[in-house]
Design a protein around this ligand. Structure first.
Ligand code: NAD
Length: 475
């Protein structure tokens, strides 16, 4: 394990074993990490990658234990996604970290200018429960690549994964570099009182506001990866079979508990019934191939806890009471925290189902006649994290992309933009602030230091020095 440089300052005194003491130790180590070559950062990432590879079964078990996440889904969305981020970062780290030269304007002739990246220092990562492994480690990869120390606060709602992350950190890192603090919002509140150099929060917009308020106290920079209602717009030129497959996959993944899950569908009225039929066939094929019901499927996760089960089941009951009709699914089982993939029609725009992020396998469908109508409906809500467009008509694709502000978008696909390492990922307004993944993640955890170098003896623009002459006044 790396040792701190001898020139590092002594840790400020704080009671042993407290969060302020841990923080102070990380501040000391962060100063030492600034001196390290990039290879030391790369070595840390390689150790992390090796641990993930060696502990695949334990990761699968932890996810299954917390919400019966199917192992193949864990492989793709927790393990493979983490390893992909590490590989991509290792491949590009030297290039990203290289100082970036800038041109020199005539007025500053003789000088040289560049941007150099330096670590921010000690960073806090607060993670949610829905992809509890990947969403703790993905920002960690960027933070380590940028040369920082880190405290991770996993979600208390996935306790088995939180314990596994703690073990991983103990086995892979010196706690002065990376450590996990387990606990609920009280632990998060205690951490947020510390003057972190960057806070990377993934979770709900409501808690995002609390985090941003706490960060303001120390003027800590923040990345906020939040949620919201991500719409799918399907026009009358879309390939409906293809659209149905991608929508059902995106919604069924993690039982709908995905930040970029298709939240609701806006479908051209001429193709609505046909799309519902296609969705019915895909749900059958994906989750009920033996005809024994979706509950018997090994490919469909459960709702994470009783609180969220009651919330999602409540949205379903309330929408039905308000006149929505169930076109597909609708079965629930509180003991299993199981909610069937459910398609609802005739859902009132003012219902909670159409106002709140669903975060479960309910899919309300509303129809439109013209694209401006669809745009107006989406834009009446806060800016989404993701926009999904299904259309074979290039002008319609362009129209929707241009007129609906969103953090990211896919055309004729769902979810996959999240997995593209070259695409910065993040939200807009209510769905987030800042960008993650790859270069964007590296930059989020780095300070871009702008440097101007003057040649000794050259004094730049003489006329700007006092005593001021009428010539300067004219500038
Ligand atoms: P959450 O906001 O309830 O909790 C997230 C984290 O914040 C947890 O670690 C929790 O312990 C902590 N927390 C809770 N209350 C807090 C408080 N008062 N002060 C400080 N910290 C507090 O979110 P969640 O339920 O875990 O996750 C679901 C939400 O996260 C959804 O809105 C989803 O869309 C969003 N999400 C976004 C992304 C993204 O990348 N944009 C990814 C996954 C989830």
């Amino acid at each position: 394990m790396p040792t701190p440089a001898t020139s590092a300052p002594a840790a400020p005194a704080a009671p042993a074993g407290t969060l302020p003491e841990l923080f102070a130790r990380q501040q000391v180590r962060a100063a030492a990490l600034r001196q390290e070559p990039l290879d030391a950062r790369a070595a840390r990432l390689r150790r992390l990658s090796a641990w993930v590879a060696d502990n695949r079964a334990a990761i699968q078990q932890a996810l299954y234990s917390d919400f019966r996440k199917p192992a193949p889904e864990t492989d793709v969305t927790e393990i493979w996604s983490t390893q992909t981020e590490i590989k991509h970062t290792l491949r590009h780290l030297h290039q990203w970290a290289r100082p970036r030269k800038v041109g020199t304007p005539l007025s500053l002739v003789g000088t040289r200018g560049w941007v150099q990246y330096e670590p921010k220092g000690v960073c806090l990562i607060i993670a949610p429960w829905n992809y509890p492994f990947y969403l703790a480690l993905d920002p960690l990869v960027s933070a380590l690549a940028a040369g920082n120390c880190c405290i991770i606060k996993p979600s208390e709602m996935t306790p088995t994964v939180a314990a596994l992350l703690s073990r991983m950190c103990r086995e892979v890192f010196d706690p002065a570099e990376v450590t996990v603090v387990e606990g609920d919002k009280d632990a998060a509140t205690e951490l947020l009182a510390l003057p972190f150099n960057h806070i990377f929060f993934t979770g709900s917009p409501q808690v995002g506001k609390i985090v941003m308020r706490a960060a303001a106290e120390h003027l800590s920079s923040v990345t906020l990866e939040l949620g919201g209602k991500s719409p799918v717009v399907v026009d009358d030129t879309a390939d409906l079979r293809d659209a149905a497959e991608k929508i059902v996959w995106g919604k069924g993944l993690n039982a709908g508990q995905t930040c970029v899950a298709p939240d609701y569908l806006l479908v051209h009225e001429a193709v609505r019934d046909q799309l519902v039929q296609e969705i019915r066939e895909v749900v059958q094929r994906f989750y009920n191939p033996e005809g024994q019901g979706v509950a018997a499927s090994g490919s469909f996760a459960r709702i994470v806890n009783d609180h969220h089960y009651a919330r999602v089941a409540g949205l379903l009951t309330e929408a039905r009471e308000q006149g929505a009709t169930v076109a597909l699914g609708g079965q629930t089982d509180a003991a299993q925290r199981f909610i069937e993939p459910t398609v609802l029609l005739n859902v009132p725009a003012g219902s909670r189902l159409m106002q709140e992020e669903i975060f479960g396998p309910l899919l309300p469908i509303r129809s439109f006649r013209t694209l401006p109508e669809a745009v107006e409906e989406v834009n009446a809500r806060p800016h989404p994290l993701a926009l999904y467009v299904f259309s074979q008509h290039k002008d319609n694709q362009r129209y929707l992309l241009r007129n609906i502000p969103a953090g990211g978008a896919c055309v004729n696909e769902t979810i996959l933009h999240l997995g593209h390492p070259e695409l910065p990922f993040g939200g807009l307004g209510n769905s987030g602030l800042g960008r993650a993944h790859g270069l964007a993640g590296f930059q989020a955890f780095s300070n871009e230091k702008s440097v101007l170098q003057q040649r000794v003896g050259l004094t730049g623009l003489k006329p700007i020095y006092p005593p001021y002459t009428p010539k300067v006044k004219k500038l």
